[in-house]
Design a protein around this ligand. Structure first.
Ligand code: PLP
Ligand SMILES: N[C@H](C=O)CCC(=O)O
Length: 439
């Protein structure tokens, strides 16, 4: 490839060699239009593209960059790890340290590292089936747990953005083993368990759904999931890939009183645990986790699992987040400030909206002030056509938002006053563009 000097030239070149020009569909700007930015560098709260333009980053690599880009402690740890070797395909002290650190924050006994959130949830399902000898999995419409076959039905994130009910290539048998229930709907869950209870291996839920926009669990909903699954001998899989160590210092865990008296059977983590490198994990009680090979009969493996450079990035990121109280204080403060600026701008332009908040995570939905958003049907029925013009105007003013109305906004502890001022200046223009949009 010759060096591309414009985003368009870079995207054209990418389209010739990669499907849709991307390596993950949400990057293609499909629902917002325009040319995806081809990024070449990032530092603190800023991204830079091939044209030399700078953007305030409100995607943060879809969550991992909790400390912003090129945080000195993370860079030092990664450089030191690189100097020791890129990959050994064997055990290392740092993977034990990272597992210990995770265990000191959330109530799990064993951790198995993998490279992606998809692998983590896929492994959790296999463990649940291995532990129970049952086949069926219950998931919620609009929740996204990665792209493994059984979890793509009515999934959020890129499938919500492209309005896809599922994916081609998933066998009928696999689809039939996934029962999809509306989020926050206790009656529907009771009904599913009344009919299929003896065959359900697990319920998988996002700790706080954030892939159909943020949707806050109703009071007592997570407790209900715990009680119902335990009653029927099914496992509760708690997906914290997105929320873990980001929504709060623990994650979605702890947001609505969950630690009082109960815990899920299996957890999945990703994103922040790798600090920007490919790391994810499945974790849980020794009883369930020790069913994994080499101790137990449930097989799981990975050539690059626990990669030493990735472990160093995860340890440095989570280490800084847990030892420096300013990190979560700043995240909270910036998130609240951003929500206020967003709401003021939209209200000022007469755009009806609601904001859904879970700790430091939030998203907004157009035309939903009367109801808020409590499930996927409500998320889908919003005035999504307003987001494209809103997004493009923010981009023109140097602010990089998620290219989908169904994704959460991510801040970092590096978002400073200058970054917030740029966002504040852009928002009124974007709100006016949203107001002027027609379906
Ligand atoms: C809640 C949740 N689970 C699982 C995944 C899958 O993670 P990955 O993209 O690393 O495979 C994601 C995001 O992609 C996610 O948000
Ligand atoms: N919503 C997804 C992760 O949380 C977006 C990341 C991707 O699919 O590329």
């Amino acid at each position: 490839m010759t060096e591309s000097t414009t985003n368009l030239a870079a995207f054209d070149a990418a389209r010739r060699v990669m499907p849709g020009g991307v390596n993950s569909p949400v990057r293609a700007f499909g629902s917002v239009g325009g040319t995806p930015r081809s990024l070449v560098s990032a530092s603190g709260p800023y991204l830079r593209d091939v044209e030399g333009r700078e953007y305030v980053d409100l995607v943060c690599s879809w969550g991992p960059m909790l400390l912003g880009h090129q945080h000195p402690a993370v860079l030092d740890a990664v450089h030191a790890a690189v100097d020791r070797g890129l990959s050994f395909g064997a055990s290392t002290p740092d993977e034990t340290r990272l597992a210990e650190l995770i265990r000191s924050i959330v109530p799990v006994e064993r951790v198995r590292f993998v490279s992606t959130g998809t692998e983590a949830t896929m492994t959790a399902l296999r463990l649940a089936r291995g532990a129970t000898g049952r086949n069926l999995i219950v998931k919620f419409a609009g929740c996204y747990h990665g792209h493994s076959d059984g979890l793509l039905a009515s999934a959020g994130s890129g499938l919500a953005t492209q309005a896809l009910p599922g994916s081609a290539g998933v066998t009928e048998a696999q689809a039939a083993e996934t029962l999809v229930v509306p989020y926050n709907d206790e009656a529907a869950l009771r009904e599913v368990f009344a009919v299929h209870g003896e065959n359900i291996a697990a319920v998988i839920t996002e700790a706080v759904p954030a892939n159909m926009g943020v949707v806050v669990p109703n009071d007592g909903f997570n407790q209900f999931l715990r009680t119902l699954t335990a009653k029927h001998g099914a496992l509760l899989i708690w997906d914290e890939v997105l929320t873990g160590f980001r929504a709060t210092a623990t994650g979605g865990w702890g947001l609505s009183g969950e630690p009082e008296g109960w815990a899920p059977d299996l957890w999945t983590f990703g994103k922040v645990v790798g600090g920007g490198m490919p790391v994810a994990a499945v974790a849980g009680s020794a009883e369930v986790m020790d069913l994994l090979a080499p101790l137990g009969p449930v097989y799981q493996a990975g050539t690059l699992s626990g990669n030493p450079v990735a472990m160093a990035a995860g340890l440095a990121t989570l280490g800084e987040a847990t030892s420096n109280p300013e990190v979560y204080a700043t995240l909270s403060q910036r998130s609240e400030q951003l929500q206020q600026l967003l709401s003021e701008a939209l209200t000022g332009a007469g755009v009806d909206h609601s904001i859904q908040t879970a700790g430091t995570l939030f998203s907004f939905a157009f035309g939903t002030s009367a109801t808020g958003v409590h499930d996927y049907a409500q998320a889908q029925s919003q005035e999504a056509f307003r987001y494209g013009p809103f997004f493009q105007t923010m981009l023109d003013h140097g602010v990089y938002l998620p290219p989908s109305v169904f994704e959460a906004w991510f801040v970092s502890s590096a978002h400073d006053d200058a970054a917030m001022e740029r966002i504040a200046a852009a928002l009124p223009h974007a709100a006016r563009a949203a107001a002027a949009a027609t379906a």
